[in-house]
Structures are given as C-alpha cells and as structure tokens.
Design a protein around this ligand. Structure first.
Ligand SMILES: [Fe+2]
Length: 243
C-alpha cells in the first residue's frame, strides 16, 4: 500500500452517542488505527437518534479532535450524521435537527436493506427536491440495487454512492466481494468509507481494500473515491473545528 491521504466519509467515532465508540479512549484508538493506514480526515457520522437532536455533537467532535491531535497533529474531524430515510427527513434537515455533512448540502442517508427500488428512488428524489445532495450509505447493502439497471439509474440520477472498504476485502471467489469490486471498476462507487464502529465491530481496516484498488483501478478513479470526491463535498463549506 502506497503512502496516501484518505478521507473517511462514514464513521461512528463520537463516543457514547450511538452504537459506535463507547468512550473517548475507544474513539482515539479507532482513529489512531485509521491514521496508521493513511486516513487523514474523518467525517464523524453518528446515527440520528429519534429522541435527541444534534445538540452537543459539535462539542464532542471538537473534544475527540483535540484528543487525537495529541498523537496526530494534522488529523481533522468533520461532523455529519447518518440519517435513516423517512418522510420527515427533508424537513428535519432544513430545520437543522438532523445534520448534513459538515454543513454542506450533502446528506449521508441509509434505507432498509430490503427497501423496494420505488421507495428508494422516491426517498432520493425527495432529498434532491428539498435542495440536498443524497449520498447513499453502504450502497452494497440494498437488494434492489443488485439489478444493474437500477444502480445505473440511481448513479446517473445524481445520487452519490458510498461503499464500505470492508466489502472490497475477502476472497475473489465470494460473489458479494466480486459484485462490489465490479461496481468500483464500472464507476458506480463515488466514495469509500470505513463505517467504523468499535474495535470488535467494523474496525477501520482498509489496507486489503486499498491494495486491491491499487492493483486494479486507474490512479485517477482511486484518488477520486478515497480523497477528491470527499474533498469536493467538504469544500462546499469548511467547518474545521478550531480547538
Ligand atoms: Fe453507518
């Protein structure tokens, strides 16, 4: 694996707010692991909780960034959320009770893995119509997108598709791994993320995936998926935490 700069667009590293990192120590352990593999920027994307709004998340992200910078002075953490799509989501985003990615118009959204293609496209359209840019979280999870024409329709319709690094790792004889790799080669994957949670549940282990990418994907496409597309998303509005 070459020495690279990577942005992770999907991470549950804010301590104690969802099923991700349990405390500051675990958050820093995860981020240190991520940094050792070339991840320089992480967008923290805690799940939206039904009861609580985003109050306090920014302060928490600032605290995590301050702590991880003791080991990695250049490390930058941005804040977003991972929002399960429901009819109220566009309204809640407009009201600021659900966060977009770093204050931009990009929204990391997920659906039920069994969602019908009709409901998925309606949801994506509802977000676009409300002025947001949907980023479909772990696009490999949705059964309806296994039909190629559905996936191209989504991707061509302006929805950005995020895949988890872990889905690219494993045996090439495994049909899911093969499917995911083919989507990368076909240009249907715009962003890659770890979806890291805990050291014993989806740790940030990207080395195998990046090595496969280096061996099979043009440098320009690789750079777009691991860095450039995410940076373009972030540059729409910079909200670096000054701590
Ligand atoms: Fe997630």
């Amino acid at each position: 694996m070459k020495n690279r700069s990577i942005v992770d667009v999907h991470a549950h590293v804010l301590p104690g707010v969802d099923d991700g990192a349990r405390d500051l120590e675990e958050a820093c352990f995860l981020l240190d692991q991520a940094a050792s593999q070339g991840i320089r920027i992480v967008i923290a994307t805690p799940h939206v909780s039904g009861r609580n709004g985003p109050e306090g998340l920014e302060e928490l992200a600032g605290k995590v960034q301050q702590e991880i910078r003791k080991q990695h002075p250049e490390f930058t953490l941005y804040l977003g959320q991972e929002a399960f799509f429901h009819e109220e989501l566009p309204r809640r985003l407009k009201a600021g009770t659900v966060l977009t990615i770093a204050g931009s118009r990009y929204v990391l959204t997920e659906f039920d893995p069994e969602v019908s293609f009709g409901s998925l496209t309606r949801g994506i359209r509802a977000l676009s119509m409300a002025g947001f840019q949907p980023v479909l979280a772990h696009m490999e999870r949705y059964q309806c997108l296994r039909q190629e024409e559905n996936l191209s329709e989504i991707a061509n319709g302006g929805c950005l598709c995020q895949m988890n690094y872990s889905s690219l790792q494993g045996s090439r004889f495994h049909s899911d791994v093969r499917w995911c790799r083919r989507q990368v080669l076909d240009g249907n994957v715009h962003l890659l993320g770890t979806d890291m949670h805990r050291m014993d549940f989806r740790p940030p282990d990207i080395k195998g995936a990046v090595e496969w990418l280096e061996g099979h994907v043009e440098e320009e496409l690789l750079d777009a998926m691991i860095w450039k597309n995410a940076m373009n998303m972030l540059r729409q509005k910079e909200t670096d935490f000054k701590v």
